[in-house]
Design a protein around this ligand. Structure first.
Ligand SMILES: [Zn+2]
Length: 371
């Protein structure tokens, strides 16, 4: 009796399990069918099937999306087409810069922890955290390291004033980079939606590049000419004016078309080349600074990355040599994107060096000579 009851129970369990497996399979099949249906409804097109406004690069032959609804365009971020890597290269760059920004925003607390060991902050450390961060951002904090209090050894009782340089130009650069990388990703993802959105997003993409170039100058000019406010103001005003002119020019719809690719590249390059003037000036001013070579090496890496990237962008190499071979991966725009992220990271490294130098030496150029 017991035995047959056990067998019946086992059989029921098996049946239940089979039913569940069947249901799962049916669900999977449904999903597959839906996907196939979606793919059939929104197939990837060849270059010659595209609407006129999307015919930009005749060397990329297949895997185009055209006139897709916003929802399909959004989910195509997980599907292979000729823009997938264009989206991801800058999306990864954006996440990277977001992480760096957050990490740097947390840093003042470390500085405050240092402050806890000094007499100057010991009274109301809790209250000081937010105030110190504000001061640090605006560059008004002076941390007093009272060496007599810190080291109980036979040290000369002496107070050394260290001025922490303002952080806002550094964050201006980080925000500019994030804006450029995110707007570029959004542009590549949604520009297949319609002609009007395509034109709008392309212009936003170009504005993003301009914002990144202008904001890249901010920390460099600010920290190098920290103790020469007239030069600081002149160069910052100059690059801002140039950037605003470029943005105004780029916002005109005609200049966003493929015909003006060369003109746009020229505008971006001239903004970049403008940087040569303050760079030479800065090198002369800091000739004796032992950190000059490291900072210059980083900045040369950045300039080279941007220049080589622009060259790829304009010449459309390598796809022009083998049309159709680099449709999904390896075409010029993807190389341009990677080089932009690489250049921005080199610039970030240079900025950190400069910030460190200003924090340590203030208006002293590191050789003991005041500027
Ligand atoms: Zn792009």
């Amino acid at each position: 009796m017991n035995y047959s009851h056990h067998i019946r129970k086992e059989a029921q369990l098996l049946k239940k399990r089979n039913n569940k497996a069947k249901e799962k399979e049916e669900e999977n099949n449904k999903k597959k069918m839906m996907n196939n249906h979606e793919r059939k409804r929104y197939p990837l097109l060849c270059f010659w099937e595209l609407p006129e406004y999307m015919k930009d690069n005749e060397y990329i032959l297949r895997y185009y999306r055209a006139n897709w609804p916003l929802k399909q365009a959004l989910f195509s971020v997980f599907r292979w087409h000729n823009e997938t890597l264009n989206v991801w290269t800058h999306l990864v760059g954006f996440v990277l810069f977001l992480g760096l920004t957050l990490a740097n925003l947390m840093k003042p607390r470390v500085v405050d922890l240092l402050g806890l060991f000094t007499r100057s902050f010991s009274s109301s450390a809790e209250k000081n955290v937010s105030q110190n961060f504000k001061d640090l951002f605006l560059g008004t904090t002076t941390i007093l390291f009272d060496l007599k209090q810190q080291a109980p050894m036979k040290m000369e009782p002496k107070s050394l004033g260290v001025v922490i340089a303002a952080r806002w130009p550094f964050f201006v650069f980080l925000c500019g980079s994030m804006f450029c990388l995110l707007s570029s990703s959004i542009c590549h993802l949604f520009s297949c939606h319609s002609h009007s959105l395509n034109l709008f997003l392309l212009r936003i993409d170009y504005v993003g590049i301009t914002v990144m170039i202008i904001t890249s100058f901010f920390p460099q000019i600010y920290y190098v000419f920290l103790c020469q406010p007239h030069w600081q103001l002149l160069y910052l005003a100059g690059i801002t004016a140039m950037g605003l002119f470029t943005i105004a020019t780029l916002l005109s719809p005609t200049l966003s078309t493929g015909k003006y690719r060369g003109f746009r590249a020229m505008l971006f390059c001239s903004m970049g080349l403008f940087g040569i003037v303050p760079a030479i000036h800065a090198s002369i001013v800091n000739w004796g600074n032992p950190r000059r070579n490291v900072t210059l090496a980083y900045e040369c890496t950045m300039a080279l990355s941007y220049l080589v990237g622009t060259l790829f962008y304009v010449t459309r190499v390598p796809e022009r040599w083998r049309p159709g071979w680099f449709d999904i991966a390896g075409h010029s725009h993807q190389i341009f994107h990677v080089l932009v992220v690489f250049g921005a990271l080199a610039h970030y490294a240079a900025t950190l060096k400069m910030l460190d130098w200003r924090d340590k030496f203030g208006c002293d150029n590191g050789t003991g000579m005041a500027q």
